[in-house]
Design a protein around this ligand. Structure first.
Ligand code: GDP
Ligand code: IMO
Ligand code: MG
Length: 410
């Protein structure tokens, strides 16, 4: 069996794009399974930077099949624009991309509702949540419906029934046109993947967002609206759990989050600016500054559990190179009680005092290190402590945004 799931183990932006790009070298098929163009996965190839929102991060390798699963919500215009951006940059998309017929479609009204109601969550405003609402309410429109004129008309009419705000004819024509342009990519993704598995092809499932943004296992309600954890890879593609051999978590050497919601280890202003600047912590989708904080072991241990992680890839270790002291959060104290496991109670997350253990920084540049044993001793000690406290093996370490700035630990 050679199916691997890659998931974000924190609040997203852990560097999944970079890790997937590296792993994709030895893989046949790369599949996105949830979310939509709220994701922004950065891959740096030489001196070119690509930010992928819907197309899997394997597309930059020649001859890899990239698949968009049924668990996604797709803004067709955003997808067409991304395909055209890739083509302009000389990346071959046709013949290498498949889109699930059963993925749901984002309409202009979803984006408007999201912008109105999503502010207190700090959503990306891409219409993700409202589109999943329609999916669950069983009035959603799927990719396959865009190529069925009558069905699309009936469904869209029903959805816009009482609306004076939207011009039915205009939206109908626009989406029929998107359907025409995307028709050639549509496929039964479950069938394609299961047949590939039967032929011993290697598949990589590319998670978007992160465990703490998962609708069930995240910091609800400050989450996204999909199953960003490993389970989502199964329901979001139609591949069964017996086919999965590995689940890799991507973990930043510290913590970031974008948008609202609790963040126990968030830095004070001066540290925030220092790390944000060194780590270039600005959103790949919305450009918003990311909130930054210390590594939180409770969060990552929670991710190890709910995803069944077999190993983690630690990214952005280099961002801590200039820190004299580095902290790891090992618990929260709230109303006299000490929490050592990630609590579901949002009050504990908002008001609990983080308990830290302190480590001395290595104060050396790690960006050019290519082997684990060449890392400064204190950097190795930090990583070893992270592995010990989160109860997971570290399989890879990343020390820069470039392809060659990462190494495996055997
Ligand atoms: P994703 O959403 O998980 O794919 O992550 P993003 O692409 O949104 O954000 C990660 C950012 O960190 C991108 O700008 C990457 O180029 C960059 N990055 C990835 N790994 C490293 C690393 O090890 N060190 C540094 N300095 N940057 C990294
Ligand atoms: P990648 O895949 C970081 C956050 C938003 C907001 C919350 C809900 O690049 O790691 P949504 O628009 O999804 O309804 O917003 O989730 N969010 C992300 N944060 N990385 C992402 O994706 C994110 N996708 C959504 O900022 O707090
Ligand atoms: Mg991102």
């Amino acid at each position: 069996m050679s199916c691997t799931i890659v998931v974000g183990a924190q609040w997203g932006d852990e560097g999944k794009g970079k890790i997937i790009d590296i792993l994709a070298q030895d893989i046949d098929i790369i599949v996105r399974y949830q979310g939509g163009n709220n994701a922004g996965h950065t891959v740096v190839v030489g001196d070119r930077e690509f930010i992928l929102h819907l197309v899997p991060s394997g597309i930059l390798h020649k001859g890899k099949l990239c698949v968009i699963g049924n668990g996604l919500v797709i803004d067709p215009l955003a997808l067409l624009n991304e395909i055209s951006m890739l083509r302009k940059k000389g990346i071959k998309v046709d013949g290498n991309l498949l889109i699930s017929q059963a993925a749901h479609v984002i309409f202009p009204y979803h984006k408007i509702i999201d912008k109105r109601r999503g502010a207190k969550i700090g959503t990306t405003g891409r219409g993700i949540g409202p589109c999943y609402v329609d999916k669950m309410a069983r009035c959603g429109i799927r990719m396959i419906d865009l190529v069925n004129r009558d069905l699309l008309k009936r469904k869209l009419k029903a959805n816009l029934e009482d609306s004076v705000e939207f011009d039915f004819e205009k939206i109908y024509r626009m989406y029929l046109n998107y359907g025409r342009r995307l028709k050639g990519y549509l496929a039964d993704v479950s069938l394609v993947l299961n047949r590939a598995i039967d032929k011993n092809k290697k598949i990589l499932f590319e998670g978007a967002q992160g465990t703490l943004l998962d609708i069930d296992h995240g910091t609800y309600p400050y989450v996204t609206s999909s199953s960003a954890t490993a389970g989502g890879a199964l329901t979001g593609t139609g591949v069964g759990p017996t086919k999965i051999s590995k689940v890799i978590g991507v973990v930043k050497a510290y913590t970031t989050r974008v948008g609202e919601g609790p963040f126990p280890t968030e830095f004070n202003k001066s540290l925030m600016e220092k790390i944000r600047c060194k780590g270039k912590e600005f959103g790949a989708t919305t450009g918003r500054p990311r909130r930054c904080g210390w590594f939180d072991a409770l969060i990552v241990r929670h991710a190890v559990g709910v995803n069944g992680l077999t190993e983690v890839a630690v990214t952005k270790l280099d961002v801590l190179d200039e820190m004299k002291d580095i902290k790891i959060c090992i618990g929260y104290k709230y109303k006299g009680k000490i929490y050592e496991d990630f609590p579901a109670d949002i009050d504990v997350l908002y008001n609990g005092k983080p308990l830290y253990e302190e480590h001395k920084g290595w104060l050396q540049d790690t960006g050019s290190v290519t082997r684990y044993r060449d890392l400064p001793k204190k950097a190795r000690a930090y990583l070893e402590r992270l592995a010990e406290i989160t109860k997971v093996k570290i399989g890879m370490v990343s020390v820069g945004s470039k392809r060659n700035q990462a190494f495996r630990i055997s």
